[in-house]
Structure formats: structure tokens, C-alpha cells
Design a protein around this ligand. Structure first.
Ligand code: URA
Length: 256
């Protein structure tokens, strides 16, 4: 039987726990990624390297380290959204010392990491969490979580070309899935277009518009699944609401 002392803040059982689950919950990596860390011999419990995937730990007494650095469970998982400004790389550390999102998100808890990536010059919704499992599911193509972008592109794409994008277009890593596209406005910079995609390939939106001959000049992510910025100022974070989190979790189960 699970006693109260064996339950986390959300009533979940916390002891004993599989080591890979502990690592994922601490935000080190997804459960799969944590297994890889274990089999690579990078994880130790009380000073002993543990490679066996069935191993369990008691987070109250066992000291878990990855590459020698101690890993601890936060009180509960943390979920944030950042309104990313242009000019920051989506990584928690850059060997060349360039500005990264780590410079603008809270330092605590330690296991906070970005869910996916926005290019350096892309602005808008970027999720951060310590929940490696959910992050992994949100990025998995089979769950089709919708991302909405506002792209300003050079020139004035024809309706025919926008329809091609909406149907799916051939890129060098394969055809894109159907997208929703809406022409918004014309300005001196070019044409602004709303595009909703359910994939998350590298530089996908830019590559899609390039494929129809209209390079993106400005790119902003307006939403990720149910999460929008609201009045969150550029460069600031806020915690996800309970409703946003439930909806994200629901969007990432039972995918095809
Ligand atoms: N697509 C892109 O091309 N860049 C981004 O930053 C996000 C989506």
C-alpha cells in the first residue's frame, strides 16, 4: 500500500521509482533519452554506475548523478511559456557564448529545457518544461500538435502557390502534411500570411515559403497547441495555466 509519505504533491507514487522515470521527471531527458544515458554508463546511484533499465531508486534517500552532477526532483514539474525575442538561440548553452534563451528564462528549476526549437530570428511562443515525457510526446510527429505562425514573406504569393503549400509541398526531407493558410495583409515588407502546421521539422516554415519562391523575412509563432501569448511581453515567461496544460496533455495522447 502507498502511504501518504510515498505520494508526491499530485498524489502520484514517488517511491520506489524506475531510474529512467526519475530522470525524465527531473527534466534530464525523455524516458527514452534517459534510458540511453543509463546504457551509456553516465548515470550513477549512490556512486555506482547503473546501466540496468529495471533499476529503481528511492528519491528520498538515493543520490542520483548524471556525468557526476547530482539530479533532484523538483517539487512538481514546471511548465512555462516564453515570448521569445529575436536574437536568441534556442539552446540552454552555447559554446561560442552567443545569447541563448537560457539568458532569459528562470534559472530554477535546473531541469528546465525548451520544447523544440525556434530559429534565432524567430519570435513568439516557446514552451519550457521539466517534464521530459510530455516534451517528447509534444514533439512526436504522430500527435500532430498544431503550431500557428505569422510569416511575412517577400513579394505577393499567388493564391495558387498558397494552395500548393496548404495541400503539402515537396521539401528535401519529404512532402509536408496539409497546412491551413490564410493571407492576412500586404505591407512595404511583403505579405503577411498565417500558416498552421502540425509538424515541426527544422526551418520548416521558411523552407515551405522558399519552395514557392517567397522567402520569409519575419517569422513569429503565435501559438503552440492551445498555448498563446496573450499579453505576455517579449522576453518574459509565465507558467502555463491548468487548462493549457490539460489540453496539451490531451493533445499528446492517442495520436496516430
Ligand atoms: N519554422 C521555421 O522555419 N523556423 C522556425 O523558427 C520555426 C518554424
Amino acid at each position: 500500500m502507498v502511504t501518504a509519505s510515498e505520494q508526491g504533491a499530485h498524489g502520484e507514487r514517488i517511491v520506489p521509482m524506475r531510474l529512467q522515470k526519475f530522470l525524465a521527471r527531473a527534466g534530464v531527458a525523455s524516458r527514452r533519452g534517459s534510458e540511453d544515458l543509463m546504457t551509456a554508463g553516465r548515470v550513477a546511484v549512490n556512486g555506482e554506475i547503473v546501466t540496468e533499465l529495471g533499476s529503481k531508486v528511492d528519491p528520498r534517500v538515493d543520490v542520483v548523478t548524471v556525468d557526476g552532477a547530482a539530479v533532484e526532483l523538483a517539487d512538481g514539474p514546471v511548465y512555462l511559456v516564453l515570448n521569445k525575442p529575436a536574437g536568441y538561440l534556442t539552446t540552454m548553452a552555447d559554446p561560442q557564448g552567443r545569447p541563448t534563451v537560457a539568458d532569459i528564462v528562470p534559472r530554477e528549476p535546473a531541469g528546465l529545457f525548451p520544447v523544440g526549437r525556434l530559429d534565432k530570428d524567430t519570435t513568439g511562443v516557446l514552451l519550457f518544461m521539466t517534464d521530459g515525457d510530455l516534451a517528447h510526446r509534444l514533439l512526436h510527429p504522430k500527435y500532430h500538435v498544431e503550431k500557428r505562425y505569422i510569416a511575412t514573406v517577400e513579394g505577393a504569393p499567388s493564391d495558387g502557390n498558397l494552395k500548393r503549400l496548404a495541400r503539402g509541398i515537396e521539401l528535401d526531407d519529404g512532402p509536408t502534411k496539409p497546412a491551413r493558410i490564410r493571407r492576412l495583409a500586404q505591407s512595404s515588407l511583403g505579405t503577411s500570411v498565417e500558416i498552421v502546421i502540425s509538424e515541426g521539422r527544422k526551418r520548416q516554415v521558411k523552407r515551405m515559403f522558399l519552395a514557392i519562391g517567397h522567402p520569409v523575412v519575419v517569422l513569429h509563432r503565435a501559438s503552440f497547441g492551445p498555448v498563446e501569448l496573450g499579453d505576455l511581453a517579449e522576453g518574459l515567461t509565465r507558467p502555463l495555466t491548468g487548462r493549457e496544460l490539460e489540453s496539451l496533455k490531451a493533445a499528446s495522447v492517442g495520436g496516430k
